[in-house]
Design a protein around this ligand. Structure first.
Ligand code: ADP
Length: 265
């Protein structure tokens, strides 16, 4: 609470009283704090790959180029770091468009079975590479649901790619759609490393990761879940994570179903 005192002056008499103004600035300060933290995080996330790129470029300059194998490896590192930075900037731009409501949703009817089969297809190569089995389960009669297909594809891609990133070889990923309390609930469940309880509450925060080094090594930006949450929120739904450390994780998001008295915004 911010308190300001203003004395009341009367000519000749002098000060006759004081006006005290009590202002609740908690929310303002929290917003300012979040904003500052975000800017610091962005700077740090961009600086890390840039310093790596600089040192590898210097090493190439100072002779590594003369050794073809070493040179090739260093160029590979530079390329990977650049790719990650491009992903990071793309994610940041996407978030900023979602924050400012600049890109209105393009809502259209989408066949849920096709939606889920397509995401499984997009990842089938990577699944095979890691010997991860995937299953798509759809409750009968769901049919088409109103949504922005591109944006929901992005949510699914982020969730399935997390499942892939954090599930060891030989595991499995299940993508499921069902009706739940007048909503469509879509979940992505894996048999991966899981998330410790203490991190679960903060996992949707921008740049929050359980293990920063691991996420970076996997090419993660730390923004995937925040983007997913913003997209789901824009559709009038919610997204939650349940996880058991060492056993697996299930991410579930909901979308309003037609004729259930809730309209997508
Ligand atoms: P990242 O790019 O780091 O994957 P996300 O926002 O997608 O960023 O996820 C944030 C963090 O949540 C990850 O760094 C990881 O620690 C944790 N996480 C997300 N999904 C899973 C999952 N399926 N299994 C285990 N950990 C997960």
């Amino acid at each position: 609470i911010r308190v300001t005192f203003t004395p009341i002056h009367r000519r000749e008499i002098g000060i006759t009283g004081t006006i005290a103004v009590l202002q609740d600035v908690t929310e303002q300060e929290e917003m300012e704090h979040t904003r500052r933290e975000f800017v610091a995080n962005v700077s740090h996330e961009l600086r890390t790959p840039l310093t790596t790129i600089r040192s590898y470029a210097e090493a190439l300059d100072e002779g590594a180029m003369q050794e073809p194998q070493l040179g090739e490896r260093f160029v590979g590192v530079i390329r990977n770091e650049t790719e990650r930075m491009i992903r990071l900037v793309t994610d940041l731009l996407h978030l900023s468009r979602l924050d400012s409501n600049e890109a209105p949703l393009r809502i259209q009817p989408v066949d849920v079975e096709e939606l889920l089969e397509d995401v499984a297809d997009r990842f089938s190569f990577q699944m095979q590479e890691k010997q991860i089995t995937d299953r798509v389960i759809i409750e009968q009669g769901i049919g088409a649901v109103m949504m922005d297909r591109d944006q929901v594809d992005q949510v699914l891609d982020n969730l399935v790619s997390n499942g892939l990133k954090y599930t060891p070889e030989g595991g499995s990923i299940m993508i499921e759609a069902r009706r739940s309390g007048g909503l469509l609930a879509i979940s992505v469940q894996d048999t991966g490393i899981g998330i410790p309880k203490k991190d679960l509450d903060r996992i949707f925060e921008r740049f929050y990761r359980v293990d920063k080094a691991r996420s970076r090594n996997m090419g993660g930006t730390g923004l995937g879940l925040s983007i997913a949450r913003e997209i789901v929120k824009a559709h009038g739904g919610t997204i939650t994570l349940e996880s058991e450390f060492g056993k697996g994780t299930r991410a579930t998001f909901t979308l309003p179903l037609p004729g259930e008295g809730r309209e997508a915004q």
